[in-house]
Design a protein around this ligand. Structure first.
Ligand code: DC
Length: 446
């Protein structure tokens, strides 16, 4: 089964073959030069002296000849009836006759079938030609269409032919090469079956003025970026806007102090572990930090369609209360694996007196599986602002949010769940009392 298919299409001498080969090497993928397949059938037909106009005779060549195309790592070998044909298929006469094979739908169909079978045997493949993204592999993971101005392509082909001839030659003329390239472009674009055209979702790259290395790097970067999780810009804008509103709300109604913001890593998987004093806590944990935060909230809040949509739109995931919710745990781990930040309240329910109760060890698994750094967050004053027995919050209360030093993912790995829970409970209690002292409040007794 192929796990990664990358197609590179484009006109003659646009640099596809060289680029595809180097990209395949970089990705340790198979390399398929489908032009070589059309050339090999053309050569075999010429050797067997069949009529290039007869589809039946050409199909017969395909049937009776043993073609071997091996797409190894960054290499492709071509043999006809056991004889290596890599050099001969590049002859001028073959190039001139290949249009007869390329223009016949029945032959193209057979060649596309062979291309799919070759790809099927590779775990990853970079395949280049004219119709790879449009016909052969419409569902490819990544599609490129390389172009370059005819004059530039002619220059490249000229240099290639001179190098192959071992130096200057009277027979190799730049203007004739350009004319031949333009004619092949017309043939490739105008045939009814598998014409040369970019796939709708192909990334078009003009290679004029770029070195081979630059083009390969460009393609490689695109493949790498494609595999990275994407942030959704629209959702991100809404999240930022909502965070802005929450910021205004909190600073309007309460006196907010933030400590240790710099302790929150700017990238990578992070688990903010906070105590829980009031409904305000998720907002308080999230607003001082530039990074988007993901939260958990009890699933019953999602049954109200308006509230459900609102809280999901600000990265909140449902969790079943009073049981170990496997689906929610998986969601958290998957967010952490995508190197995102998640905020958790291990006490699960709001404090009855503002104090921090002993954390249960269960959440240690999430930290370890998500390979996350753990940042303790101590909230104080939210209980006075909105205790659980009050329906509405009181305004003007002092609230402090303190971010402690992160425990690295490496250190988390070396702690067992109970040790981590005990450690965090103690740290948060200490941080909470420190900020109470700063605000002239009596420390809690633990
Ligand atoms: O890429 P190349 O110049 O080696 O290709 C030789 C010919 O084969 C080219 O003129 C068009 C044809 N071809 C095709 O029709 N479809 C492909 N997928 C690849 C090549």
């Amino acid at each position: 089964m192929t796990k990664l298919i990358i197609t590179i299409d484009g006109p003659a001498a646009s640099g596809k073959s060289t680029v595809a080969k180097l990209l395949a090497e970089k990705l340790q993928a198979g390399f398929l030069d489908t032009g070589a397949m059309y050339r090999a059938v053309t050569l075999a037909a010429m050797q067997q002296k069949v009529s290039m106009a007869s589809t039946a005779e050409l199909l017969d060549v395909l049937k009776k000849t043993r073609f071997e195309f091996v797409a190894a790592n960054g290499q492709m070998t071509v043999s006809i009836n056991g004889i290596d044909a890599a050099e001969e298929i590049r002859r001028k006469e073959v190039t001139e006759n290949v249009k007869y094979i390329a223009s016949k739908p029945e032959l193209r169909e057979k060649l596309v079938e062979m291309q799919r079978a070759i790809a099927n045997d590779c775990e990853k493949i970079v395949t280049e030609g004219r119709d790879q993204g449009t016909v052969a592999f419409p569902k490819a993971d990544m599609k490129f269409f390389l172009t370059a101005k005819p004059a530039e392509r002619a220059k490249r082909r000229y240099a290639e032919l001179i190098a192959r001839a071992g130096g200057q030659s009277e027979e190799i003329k730049l203007d004739q090469i350009q004319k031949a390239i333009e004619q092949r472009d017309r043939n490739d674009k105008n045939r009814a079956a598998g014409p040369l055209k970019p796939a709708r979702n192909a990334k078009k790259i003009d290679t004029t003025g770029l070195s081979i290395e630059q083009v390969v790097q460009k393609l490689f970067d695109c493949v790498e970026n494609k595999n990275k999780p994407k942030s959704k810009p629209k959702k991100m804008r809404w999240f930022r806007f909502a965070r802005g509103l929450c910021n205004i709300f909190c600073n309007l109604f309460f006196r907010i102090s933030v400590y240790g913001r710099e302790n929150v890593p700017k990238t990578g998987a992070v688990l903010l572990v906070s105590n829980h004093q009031s409904y305000l806590d998720p907002i308080l944990c999230g607003i001082p930090i530039q990074r988007p935060t993901h939260f958990l909230a009890r699933d019953t809040l999602f049954t109200n369609p308006f509230l459900g949509r609102l809280i999901s739109s600000v990265n909140t995931m449902p969790v079943k209360r009073g049981q170990s919710d496997l689906a929610a745990m998986k969601m958290v781990i998957s967010k952490l694996k995508q190197e995102q930040m998640v905020c958790l309240f291990p006490e699960a329910t709001r404090s009855i007196d503002g104090k921090i109760s002993q954390f249960k060890p269960g959440f240690g698994l999430l930290c370890r599986r998500g390979k996350a750094a753990v940042v303790p967050v101590a909230i104080d004053g939210a209980f006075e602002a909105w205790p659980r027995h009050k329906k509405i919050f009181s305004i003007g209360k002092k609230i402090s949010i303190s971010y402690g030093k992160a425990i690295t993912a490496e250190d988390v790995k070396n702690m067992d769940n109970k040790q981590l829970a005990d450690d965090l409970t103690q740290t948060l209690r200490r941080m909470q009392n420190d900020s109470r002292a700063k605000h002239g409040k009596q420390p809690y007794e633990y």
